[in-house]
Structure formats: C-alpha cells, structure tokens
Design a binder for this molecule. Structure first.
Ligand code: GLU
Length: 426
C-alpha cells in the first residue's frame, strides 16, 4: 500500500469500510493540521497478519480458512479489539475496524491501541467441534501477536464468550499456565468480568438516555427501532425497554418485526432463541431490514454491520436520533445528509464503546487477580459513558462540528499527542 497516494483511490471501492475509515481520518487530520508524517503514520496499520490455516472437519476432510489480525496503532498501549467470524470478512474490513478501535480506545481514554481480527467463515455452518478446532488453530496462528501486554482480543460479530475461552485455553496451554488477561469477554468462571456480556448494549442504552436529555428528545415512551438482534442489538433493545422506551421494531439477518404498541423484548429473545430468528414473532408485522431503518421513530439503533445508512437511504431516515451500536453503520455521505436534516448521530466510537470499556475492566481485574461486583462494573461504565458523551458534546458545541467529527477529533488528537511525546524511534 502506498501512503502518498490519495487515500480514497488507495482502497478498492467507494463503499469499502477502509475507504470510509480513511476518509473520516483524513478530514479530521487536516482540520487538526497534523504534520504530514504523523498523518501518514496513522493512515496505515502498524502491522497486519494474514493466516491461511487448515481445519479438520467432522467428516474427516480438511478445509483451509483465511484469517487476519491487524494492529492499527500501539502508540497508547496494547492493541485491543475483537475477532469477527463472518463470511464477508476481508482485510479491508479488519483494517477499518482496527483503526476505529484506536479511535474508540483513545476517545474513552483507555490505555490501549487499536486492533481487530477476523476469519472468513460463517460460524453457523460449523459444528461445535469444528468451531472449536477452527478457533484453536486461528489462535495458535495469531499467537505471535497475542500477549496480555501486547494484543488482547475480544468478541465481535460471530464470536462469543465460548470462543474467547478456547482462545484463552489455547494460548495458556502453550505457555504452561493460565493467562486470563490475554483475552477479554471470557466466561466469568475463567476470569471474565460480570457485566461484560451486556456491556455494549448497556452502553448504548446509557448513551441514548443521556443524549436524549442533552438534546431535548423525549425518553419515557420514546419509540425505538433496532437493526440487528445479536449481542449488542438484543441487549440494547431489552435495556431500552426496561428504561421506559417503546421498542417498536427489531430485526436480524432474516428480517424484522414491527408492532406499534411495542414489542415484549424478553419474549422476542425467547422466540429468537427457540427458532433462530426474530422473524415470525406472534402478533408482530413483518418489516425488512431496509424498511426498519426508515421507520418514524425517536431513536434508531443500527447494531448490525457497516454501511447500512448510505447516500441511497439517508434522506429517508425519519429517526430523530441514531445511536450506533454497530461499527461504521453510517457512511460519510449519509452523515452529511443526516446533519442537514437535523438528525442527531451518536457515533459508533462513543455509542458502542461500552464493550471495550468493560473489556478494560476485565483486563484490569485479571491483572490484579481481584474482582469487582456487577454494581461496581455498571457504575464505572455509566460514569465513563456519560462523561465521554458530555465531553464530545462540549467539543461539538465549541467547534460547530457534528458529534462524529467531534469524537474523532478528540480521539485523533490524543493519539497524535502520544505519538509526538513518545517521538520516532530510532
Ligand atoms: N468488538 C468490540 C468493539 O468493536 C469490543 C472490543 C473489545 O472489547 O476489545 O468494540
């Protein structure tokens, strides 16, 4: 990759997440007047690992899978970020997600750099044993990067606490003793943190509630649509409902459901657990994922994948506020349209930071081998989320920027400052 070329032409396509991440960064870097060298350094991942590895399948055949682990920046501390199992994983996507982790950790002032990993696989097509073998082999392949003070993975789309347990165990077996701090989002019984499984969704709810207060939007009875019913979307939907909102629509990969009087999210969770999807929930109408995004609700929570709100549909968004549970759901073109239409967008690096915040708590607890209770975790999470929102809103007010630009500006500035203070080696 050549760093001197126009960043937009470096990447493959206009809707490519890496193009998007670069365009966001360049805009902020130029506004901050970052020196050319610093800008160029932060425009490229520090290191990237591609692994092609074999896995023995249950039928005795061998399949070769491709995976990645990208370190975007290590300037502020160990590389931190999740591992995604999805058929559409690509190096460009993992790069973008790694860069966003750098900004997210910097914005939340966690002592971490940014990383991301991924395997090109649909985990639902594997048996439990195949998934475990794939995970253990991938962990062994990226173990050259992993270390409790170097690179600490966590769950993301398509992975969960059990996958983290396999990673922790594989890494520990090779060292001869248990090393829980090498991965976060583990089951509590092996050094995970209480509250971690719900943390991203809880953070979404906390930020939505505070943003509603801050921007004068209704809260009690506010209508909500949530795209994505995985670890982030399902928890956010349930906690938003418990906090007094009316969740009228939710969706997953197979489609969505809508009920104007509000959905009983605990019942939808049970239905999804039993049938594999929210689709077909009794008493609700069907909506497509695209239709869900355009519903006239107070709060829209995109909690699925990147590139959902684009130039093609942004003008039809009728939500008053978007709280980004997913990473990169809104393209820069869409941001401009939403800003013109007065839609408040609480950006991903702030809105979904609850996950990595409690990952940080988990890591700290593992390192000191001293564990906090859930009330303590949730209290600390709320304080950090609310404080970060207020700081970003204050920057936005002072500069006239939207919340995404303000958040990115605060984050990039922190990383650039750390880089400047540390200096260039040798
Ligand atoms: N995958 C989550 C994210 O995108 C969590 C990362 C972590 O906890 O390290 O923020």
């Amino acid at each position: 990759m050549q760093v001197d070329r126009d960043p937009v032409t470096v990447a493959e396509a206009v809707d490519d997440p890496w193009t998007m991440a670069l365009r966001q960064f360049v805009q902020v870097a130029q506004r901050l007047g970052l020196k050319r060298g610093i800008q160029q350094y932060l425009m490229v991942p520090e290191r990237e690992l591609t692994v092609n590895f074999p896995v023995k399948m249950d039928d005795g055949s061998v399949r070769v899978f491709t995976g990645y682990r990208v370190h975007h920046s290590l300037v502020r501390g160990p590389a931190k970020g999740g591992i995604r199992y999805h058929p559409a994983v690509s190096l460009h996507e993992v790069r973008a997600l790694a860069m966003w982790m750098t900004w997210k950790c910097a914005l939340m002032n966690l002592p971490y750099g940014g990383a991301k990993g991924g395997v090109v696989v649909d985990p639902h097509t594997l048996s439990r044993d195949e998934l475990e073998r794939l995970t253990r082999r991938y962990a062994a392949e990226i173990a050259v990067f992993m270390h409790p003070h170097g690179d600490i993975p966590a769950p993301d789309v398509g992975t969960n606490a059990q996958v983290m347990a396999s990673i922790m165990d594989t890494y520990s077996m090779h060292r001869g003793h248990s090393i829980p701090a090498v991965v976060t989002g583990k089951p509590v019984v092996i050094g995970g943190s209480v509250g971690r499984a719900e943390a991203t969704g809880r953070g979404v709810m906390l930020v939505a509630r505070e943003a509603a207060r801050l921007f004068g939007l209704p809260w009690e009875g506010a209508t909500v649509a949530v795209q994505g019913f995985g670890n982030v979307g399902s928890v956010a939907a349930r906690l938003l409902q418990e906090a007094g909102c009316r969740v009228v629509a939710v969706s997953d990969v197979r489609g969505g459901i809508y009920a104007d009087r509000g959905l009983d999210i605990a019942a939808v969770q049970q239905h999804a657990a039993a049938t594999g999807s929210v689709v077909g929930f009794p008493g609700a109408a069907a909506v497509s994922n695209a239709e869900l995004l355009e519903l006239p609700v107070t709060i829209l929570v995109p909690a699925a994948l990147e590139g959902q709100i684009t130039a093609a549909n942004a003008s039809r968004i009728r939500a008053r506020m978007i709280v980004e549970g997913a990473n990169g759901p809104t393209t820069p073109e869409a941001d401009a349209v939403l800003a013109r239409n007065g839609v408040v967008v609480v950006p991903d690096i702030l809105a979904n930071a609850g996950g990595v915040v409690v990952s940080y708590f988990e890591w700290v607890q593992d390192l000191q081998a001293f564990f906090w209770d859930e009330a303590e975790i949730n209290r600390r999470l709320e304080r950090l989320m609310v404080q970060a929102l207020h700081q970003v809103a204050a920057t936005a007010r002072a500069t006239g920027l939207d919340l995404r630009q303000a958040a990115l500006q605060r984050a990039v500035q922190r990383v650039a400052e750390a880089l400047t203070v540390r200096g260039i080696y040798p």
